[in-house]
Design a protein around this ligand. Sequence first.
Ligand code: NAD
Length: 790
Amino acid sequence: MNILERYHAMEYGPAPEARNEADAWLAGRDFSKALFIDGAWRAASGGKTFETSEPSSGKLLAKVSDAGAADMDAAVAAAAKALPKWSASSGYQRAKVLYAIGRAMQRHQRLFAVLETIDNGKPIRESRDIDVPLAIRHFIHHAGWAQALDKDFPGHKGVGVVGQIIPWNFPLLMLAWKIAPALAAGCTVVLKPAEFTPLTSILFAEICERAGVPKGVVNIVQGGPEAGGAIVNHPGIQKIAFTGSSEVGKIIRKATAGSGKKLSLELGGKSAFIVFEDADLDSAVEGLVDGIWFNQGQVCCAGSRLLVQEGIAEALIAKVKTRMSRLRVGSPLDKNTDIGPLVDATQLDRVKGLVAEGARQGAVCWQPDAALPSSGYYHLPTLATGVSPANILAQEEVFGPVLATMTFRNTEEAIELANNTRYGLAASVWSENVNLALHVAPQLKAGVVWVNGTNMFDAACGFGGYRESGFGREGGREGMFEYLAAKLPLGPAIKPATISAQPVEQADGSAIDRTAKLFIGGKQVRPDGNYSLAVATAKGKLAGEVGFGNRKDIRDAVSAARACKAWPEATAYNRSQVLYYLAENLSGRAGEFAARLTELTGATPKAAREEVDQSIERLFLYAGLADKFEGRVHQPPARAVTLALHEPIGVVGIVAPNTSPLLGLISLIAPALAMGNTVVAVPSERYPLLATDLYQVIEYSDVPAGAINIVTGRTAELAGVLAKHDDVDGLWVFADAETCAKAEASSIGNLKRVWSGNGRSLDWASDEAAGDALLRRAIEVKNVWVPYGD
Ligand code: NAD
């Protein structure tokens, strides 16, 4: 073939990356001593090992120590021993260590990339150009946070010993996302890598030795689910950070319920890739290559659902097929390879099974006519068309190179289809019309939205999901909060409510009998069961009766809260005015509320008046902050700006405490409302009349119907119903310890965000129990990436 013929054929020659350094490293290590605990290398105490093999050939790479519970005890003990000194060291000291880690990784960048590719199967282009540089950036970026801690996070300190569990799809990058912020915050860590991909974490531990990380600050313990379980259930750990499947995330949520452990879950996804008819189709096709075929589709935020506007569907699909035919499937160490093997035979079987089931359910699955290498766990890129929204390929996370396609007619339909999933991790919006893209982005229930782009990440920009994609963020300022504890002043322990045990003397007939109803959808309504509960005064006399709300009433209240669009869609200024008006109207009846407090709680008139005044002040505070607790704009090292928007969580259930019954209730409802959430509140079981007295104040304050709903009744029962309700997005529970623990355990259906006092109240009158600390709980941070330039 002459040069001209070669040029026209455009054939690629093999361009293999050298692996001798990696092989030498593999040959030189004793993997039977692969647990890095207290700065030393240890074998598993039970002597067990597991095998890690090369996905492109199936060949054994190493037999690695498999930790048991005793090893985890040793790792946690080492982390606890190292904690006091590390957390007390200066931000500058910690910054120097983080920087040294980043620099040492830079010096071994190529070895990291080759090892990652050998162990995971991802194309070397990706590990070399994306995984490893981004991991390094995380350490260097977080060196800065270590030093900025006191200034940027006043009133916060590191949570303590952190247990971290990561998956196999980005082994080094996920390690960096976990360890960098933890060290910056002054925490010490016990990290468990995934059992398919232990190698780069072992190299990373070597880097820690060389970079001067103090002994015990970073402990890396190899193993599988059992080792993971030992971390989750370990009493010496104060926070669990997990990245992995939604299924295991739910197990962890349940296992940590009531333990007081801080928890962040970065889970699966089924992200929409939305192409409008005015999109640049060629760019969108290249975006798709990055969106679904990056890392063989084994990406939590893979754009696995292509939603395309009807008029351009045929043209786009044709372009996608042409491009798919040119994707090069082969050795991941070849620099020209686009698609390598899946991580393991089990993963390959799973993907094949889902594709077969999708086809059985009516999808037409197309693959390019390409040969697969003779060994290894390869799967051809696959395009599924004719996919109904209920098809398994549209609903389940495949975690493989499989794209499910659906069409839409207009913008509303696109948004509806995009949100038709139990996940909420990411989405891409393709349109040359920036007005349209920025109109759609906030309406997508996803933690990250890329406009005319996909799979962009940066250490300065938060990443994380909504709904069953988990909660918490990694990266940026919001990621730092995951490793910090606010010093909230605790109030007294909350005892289980005992209203039924209270002897209530009958009324003497001097007052007009009143039974408070429930407040749902802007109206006072009778409870479904038509029962009421007697409420006693401090002296044990009958103060009145309130509706005995049940499951059905909570359901109605949640529907009303969900249906209320006027509140989340109102401008922040608008919300602020309504909150001011609430304060004004409460102030007009301050004397009446103070008298009620005295009557019910026995508080002195002075203390009661103080609580009412503080409640009014709280409303004023949140009215003022409603239009000030805003997001940020990041400038990542890319031609893009990232808008970190503060969005309401959605429908928030609030179970209010007995202590400071008016101030406690208002201290919780007001920040939730200020950020645009709608609320279903269960007031204190002992003093519900303070909440029912608020109905009229609410009615006179221009609060849209459904923005505030109040259901009185038994705290434990109603908290349980709210926790299990899949249309409640967030739940704040200040009740006895058992009710709090049960609420956390029952929240796994939709993985709602639960903020629990763990059986303790807060000192509601203190300044720390107001302002940003609560507003932060009332929002999700959505990062919208907007590229610029031609
Ligand atoms: P997985 O949930 O099976 O395993 C993840 C980790 O948890 C592994 O280290 C595993 O050993 C451990 N583990 C398994 N069972 C456990 C248990 N019962 N208790 C404690 N630990 C346990 O997930 P995977 O197959 O390794 O990874 C793929 C999943 O990870 C996908 O669902 C993907 O979407 C998700 N993921 C999410 C993100 C994100 O940021 N949201 C990033 C990468 C991957």
